[in-house]
Each structure stands twice: as structure tokens, then as C-alpha cells.
Design a protein around this ligand. Structure first.
Ligand code: PLP
Length: 457
């Protein structure tokens, strides 16, 4: 029997929304390794980073001691337009599966950008504005981050300059137009506007570009233009801090009904949604107050945790960004043209990397065709068309719920449903037409990319 007193959507009230973000690093016993200068290999100071990033964001980036950061009122009022996001009890899915498991998902797709990325975009734009900057630059691959950032910048009246990986720029004209609707300028990368872009174009004429190359262009533009800084939508500690709103709200909602999750699942690209979702739960786990099984799900085609190496690496192909110690496949690892655009990064958040190395969380990989099959299974009962990235988490949640059907266990599963997939219908089309391919990089391919890791004394 299902306990029907728990509603389908556990809403929390606006005035119950968290007033602070939670910085998980403050409670970690083994702190994530510091960022290093890519040339001298010295630990980066706030001063070293100040030409690239906004001052307050640098403070957040380097701070592993302060547990709570007040959310400024301006950011909270923006959050209130689309938050608190619902925590949904997937009764319909449970029934269809015939599982005794209790499944919950935290849905972050309920805003125009279609993903959780807006949670950090609005914070980053706010601090840039506070500092009196004119604008920010960034890169975008699949387009979610660029969209979120253009929304945030238009809200605070900042210029937003997006370098969009050229093949996505051409393949995803709708994403591009959403960004332009919000006033952003969108340039296909590589471009002739920057030194980095011109160099890559000379070496590889006709290239469709890559995320690493777009990062190099965006950083160059920011550091060479008065009043501009560079912002990034994942991987960094500051992003995970802002995304802790996801986990904090989830915890408030679960606590209302005394629900204790057994398993918490999230997809992992650079780690920001997963890090945000698990933050308060991991905090309890580290302090020995509770125990949870925490699972990161990554694509078979880009397996940073499961087949990467825990080492210092470059964050971009241009090797101009700080070095980060993380699980990495090597900065020149080229993931196959898989459709989970937002999960194609070669590295992983340094915080999650440390937690994984400490054995506090697990990681699994899933095949792309299995991910789309799970997406479809979910969409047909729960009424939300999920993003391919989010569907990695769905796949693992479904697998565990099906296991429970066999064992009779009533596990409580919580997963992050990071976004909607309306801009990904070309991938769905490939799946429906049976032409989607799975791809597993060979050991040699990974080993070759890892040969180029920097040598740190
Ligand atoms: C960007 C993105 C992700 C992956 O990024 P993380 O930083 O790992 O969270 C996941 N889902 C969606 C919908 C995204 O847009």
C-alpha cells in the first residue's frame, strides 16, 4: 500500500526557501586540492584570479571554511519567480513499474533556460553587476548555460557575450535565438575575433569547434576587454555553492514528511547539479549524522569518474585556465558526438572528485540508447519530457526501482531531474529511428589523452 498522504508534489512555501547557500567544503575532512597556475604550478591566489573572475566569486571559489553564505535579497527575489522547484513523488511511475520503491525527483526544468543552470547564472550576474562591470563572457556547448546566463544578464542589465561551439550554433538555431531574445551576442567558435580562435582556425580550417576552444576564446575576450570578466556554468566550487539551493530545498521538503532517502542519484557532467543536490545530505554523512547511498551517473562515452585519473589537469584545451585536481580523461580527450551535450566535459568538480576518492559516493556509467529508452519510459507516465542529461539519472533510478520489484525492498529513491529536452528532439529523433549509436572509448584512447597531463611536483 502506498502512503497517499504524501502529495504528488511536495511544495515548500516561498518563505521557507533557504536564506543561505551551503558550502559543503567547510565540512569536508579532506579538502579539495587548490587551483594551480597553469604555467608556474603555484597555488592561485585571489589576486592571480582577479583579471579573469569577479571578486566575490573568487572569494567563494577559494573559501573552504565558511559553511553558509547568505543569498542576497536580489537573487532570492529572482529565485522566487521559478522557485521553490517541486519535489515530485513519482506515484504514476511507481505504479507503472509495479515497484515497492518510493521514487522522488527534484524538477529543475521549470524555467525558460530549461535547466538548473539559472540558479548559478543569476548569482554570477548579480556579483558582476555589484562589482560595476560592464559585462561577462562565457562559452556554451549545447546551449543551456548560455541561455541561462543571457537571462540572468538581461535581468541585471549586463552585456553577455557567448562563444557557442560552432557545430551547436549551426545545429541548434533555436537555442541561439533564445539567447538573442535576451540580448546576448552569440558568436560561433572558433571565431576570428580572438587570437585563440584565429590560431585554431589556421590549424584546423572548417572545424566544428569544441568546448575547450570556446573557453579559451571567452577567457581571452574577458581578459582583454575593459570591464569584462569570464564566468563558467559548472565544475567550479562557486557554482556548486549556488546549486546547493537544489539540495537544501529537497531536504526541507523531505523533512516535512519525515522522509529519509536511501539512495540519491544525479547525472554528472562537471558536477554542479549533483554537487548541489547532495550537499546537505553529504554534509550529514560526513558528520556521521545519517547515511545515504549517493550515485553519480555519467555517459559511457565520457567516463571521467569511472575510467579517468585523479590528477591535476588543464580545464580547457587552450591550457590557459587554472589547473584543477580532479578525475579527468585528459584535457584533449574528445568525447564522441554523443547527444548528452551537457555531460561531455573531460573533467569533474574538484569537490566531488575528492568525495569520490574518499569513497563517500559511487559512480556508474550508462549507455546512450539505454538512457533514451529510460527517458521515454519516464516521459510516458510522468508527463515531463526530460533532457538527455537528466535521463542518465532516470535510467539508474529505474534500474534500482526494478531491482526493488524483485527483492520487495521499499527503498526511497531521490533523483535530480535537471531539465527538459525540447531542444534535444533531434536526438530523440535518432533514437526513434533506430540510428542512435552507443560509444565506449577504448583504453588506448583514454591512455593517449592522459599522456598529456601536466607534471606536478
Ligand atoms: C549542463 C547540464 C547538466 C550537467 O551539468 P552539471 O554541472 O554536471 O550539473 C545536466 N543536466 C542539464 C539539463 C544540463 O543542462
Amino acid at each position: 500500500m502506498k502512503d497517499k498522504q504524501i502529495p504528488y508534489k511536495i511544495y515548500i512555501e516561498e518563505n521557507e526557501m533557504p536564506h543561505s547557500w551551503y558550502n559543503l567544503r567547510a565540512d569536508m575532512k579532506n579538502k579539495p586540492a587548490p587551483l594551480l597556475d597553469p604555467v608556474t604550478h603555484k597555488v592561485m591566489t585571489a589576486e592571480d584570479l582577479s583579471g579573469v573572475f569577479c571578486d566575490e566569486l573568487i572569494r567563494q571559489e577559494l573559501d573552504d571554511a565558511t559553511a553558509y553564505y547568505d543569498i542576497p535579497e536580489e537573487i532570492r527575489s529572482f529565485y522566487k519567480m521559478y522557485r521553490p522547484s517541486p519535489l515530485v513523488r513519482a506515484y504514476c511511475l511507481e505504479e507503472r513499474l509495479g515497484t515497492p520503491a518510493k521514487i522522488y525527483y527534484k524538477f529543475e526544468g521549470n524555467n525558460t533556460s530549461g535547466s538548473h543552470k539559472l540558479n548559478s547564472a543569476i548569482a554570477q550576474a548579480y556579483y558582476a553587476k555589484q562589482q560595476g562591470l560592464k559585462g561577462v563572457t562565457t562559452e556554451t556547448g549545447a546551449g543551456q548555460w548560455g541561455t541561462a546566463l543571457s537571462m540572468a544578464c538581461s535581468y541585471f542589465g549586463l552585456d553577455c557575450k557567448v562563444y557557442m561551439v560552432k557545430c551547436s550554433y549551426e545545429l541548434k538555431p533555436h537555442r541561439r535565438e533564445v539567447m538573442r531574445t535576451y540580448g546576448a551576442s552569440v558568436t560561433p567558435s572558433p571565431s576570428t575575433e580572438t587570437e585563440a580562435g584565429r590560431r585554431i582556425l589556421a590549424e584546423h580550417p572548417g572545424t566544428g569547434g569544441s568546448l575547450g576552444c570556446a573557453i579559451s576564446e571567452a577567457v581571452e575576450k574577458a581578459t582583454s576587454t575593459e570591464g569584462y570578466r569570464y564566468v563558467l556554468g559548472s565544475v567550479l566550487n562557486q557554482v556548486m555553492l549556488h546549486q546547493s539551493i537544489i539540495g537544501l530545498e529537497t531536504k526541507i521538503a523531505l523533512d516535512k514528511y519525515d522522509i529519509k532517502p536511501d539512495v540519491i542519484i544525479g547525472c554528472a557532467g562537471g558536477g554542479s547539479n549533483l554537487g548541489g543536490l547532495i550537499a546537505p545530505f553529504m554534509g550529514e554523512k560526513i558528520k556521521g549524522e545519517a547515511d545515504y547511498r549517493i550515485i553519480a551517473v555519467e555517459p559511457e562515452s565520457c567516463p571521467s569518474f569511472t575510467r579517468g585519473k585523479y590528477a591535476y589537469d588543464y580545464c580547457d584545451t587552450g591550457m590557459i585556465c587554472p589547473l584543477s585536481k580532479m578525475y579527468t580523461l585528459g584535457s584533449n580527450f574528445m568525447p564522441a558526438a554523443t547527444h548528452a551535450g551537457g555531460l561531455r566535459y573531460h573533467g569533474m568538480s574538484s569537490t566531488l572528485s575528492q568525495l569520490y576518492d574518499d569513497g563517500l559516493m559511487e559512480a556508474v556509467t550508462v549507455k546512450q540508447t539505454d538512457v533514451f529508452a529510460a527517458a521515454e519510459e519516464f516521459a510516458r507516465v510522468e508527463g515531463i519530457l526530460p533532457a538527455p542529461e537528466s535521463s542518465h539519472a532516470i535510467k539508474v533510478a529505474l534500474d534500482i526501482a526494478k531491482e526493488c520489484r524483485e527483492t520487495g525492498e521499499e527503498k526511497t529513491i531521490v533523483f535530480g531531474l535537471t531539465g527538459t529536452g525540447y531542444f534535444d528532439m533531434m536526438s530523440y529523433e535518432k533514437f526513434h529511428n533506430g540510428v542512435m549509436q552507443d560509444y565506449r572509448p577504448s583504453d588506448e584512447e583514454i591512455a593517449t589523452a592522459l599522456e598529456r597531463l601536466p607534471h606536478i611536483e
